[in-house]
Design a protein around this ligand. Structure first.
Ligand SMILES: [Zn+2]
Ligand SMILES: [Zn+2]
Length: 381
């Protein structure tokens, strides 16, 4: 990447001053004088080069995006835009088109950093506002592609983990929990351990056929923990929780470890668009890993491939006599009837509040199905 190379060059130029201070020190000590002058000569060259290309520090990080865009003969930018979109499509084509075993019943905790560092303005308008905006888009898209999944929201601020939204399969409910930005005003230090423990405890009751995932949007470079965070990491591995981190500042060793050891993804966002890409890459259901890769040849490579009970509900017409629903105790005429206990629930998919049966509608199942058997890549004609 050209801007990065420029950057390193500039750092070289910048470090000139450090070296010259060193030289002075050498001079005072009265030794290595020749060496120092040699170095000075070299530095002089480096400085000149840096000055040719860059006049100010901020130029190093500045990408001249307009220079990569080419107009066609008519002065239109359409061809550039088409090219850009074709590139995105090509990347999608590279995705594997064979059937992979994936978890389609997903449980996800979205862990939002609400510490003071989220008020940084290196992403516009602030990291915090951008995170909320992307989190909302993410939730909507996630439920669209994973209709059988559930999302809970946990925030980390002032050294503790804070439950913001209960685990729910209803996108509106999740969106409502992160709609009010004033309730989530960033303060204090984040605590990775406290908030991961909170997320872990809210997923401990889940059955083995569903996935357990934590996605952390992390803007800080510190974490203040009450104990050893590596114990938490071990507990996550044991509970088969997959942790993914989207960092907004820089890479932290513990974040990288969390992701690599639990099979998640780690990424540092370079800019606003990259942040969104990193987040949205986490939407398709992850491939299920063979748990016993070390015990090769054993038949235990397909863990928990058992059947599960699902009920297809009866939809009540809007004209049916109103009755109480079991989820909110509200009188309504529309709703769905659990096929086993005939309790009335407002939304599907959900777990029946009375008998615990998982209630899904067949379109939801069908929509999850395409992740398991993806469409083959098209041949360009
Ligand atoms: Zn209800
Ligand atoms: Zn029921």
């Amino acid at each position: 990447m050209p801007p990065r190379r420029d950057n390193s060059k500039f750092i070289q130029g910048d470090s000139d001053s450090d070296i010259s201070i060193d030289d002075d020190a050498d001079f005072v000590k009265g030794k290595g004088k020749g060496k120092a002058t040699d170095r000075r000569k070299k530095d002089g060259k480096g400085k000149g080069k840096a000055k040719d290309t860059l006049a100010y520090t901020w130029e190093a990080s500045y990408t001249r995006s307009w220079e990569t865009v080419q107009e066609d003969e008519a002065g239109s930018l359409q061809s550039s835009v088409d090219d850009w979109m074709a590139r995105g499509r090509r990347r999608r084509l590279l995705a594997p088109s064979t059937a992979i075993r994936r978890t389609i019943i997903r449980h996800l905790i979205l862990l939002l950093d609400l510490s003071a560092s989220m008020m940084d303005r290196d992403m516009r308008p602030t990291r915090f506002d951008l995170m909320l905006q992307y989190a909302r888009e993410f939730v909507a898209e996630w439920f669209d592609q994973n209709p059988l999944g559930q999302i809970g929201v946990v925030g980390m601020r002032a050294g503790i983990g804070e439950r913001i939204g209960e685990m729910s399969g209803n996108p509106q409910e999740v969106l409502k929990s992160i709609a009010d930005r004033h309730k989530m005003e960033p303060t204090g230090e984040p605590s990775l351990q406290n908030s991961i423990e909170m997320a872990r405890s809210s997923m401990s009751h889940l059955p083995t056929h569903s996935s357990r995932e934590i996605i952390i949007i992390f803007g800080s470079l510190t974490t203040c923990d009450p104990g050893n965070i590596h114990d938490t990491l071990d507990a996550c591995i044991k509970a088969k929780i997959r942790v993914s981190v989207v960092a907004l500042a820089a890479e932290m060793k513990i974040c990288r470890d969390l992701c690599e050891k639990t099979g998640g993804q780690f990424g540092v966002a370079l800019n606003e668009g990259h942040f969104r890409d990193l987040l949205f890459e986490l939407i398709p259901p992850p491939a299920q890993q063979a748990m016993t890769r070390s015990a090769a040849g054993s038949r235990a490579t397909n863990p928990s491939a058992d059947l599960m009970l699902m009920g297809f509900p009866t939809r009540l017409p809007d004209t049916s006599p109103p009755s109480l629903c079991v989820c909110h105790s509200e009188i309504k005429s529309e709703g769905f009837l659990c096929p086993r206990c005939l309790a009335k629930v407002c939304d599907v998919p959900t777990d029946c509040d009375i008998c615990g049966l998982m209630i899904v509608s067949s379109p939801h199942l069908a929509r999850s199905y395409h992740h398991l058997f993806p469409v083959k890549g098209y041949d360009a004609v």
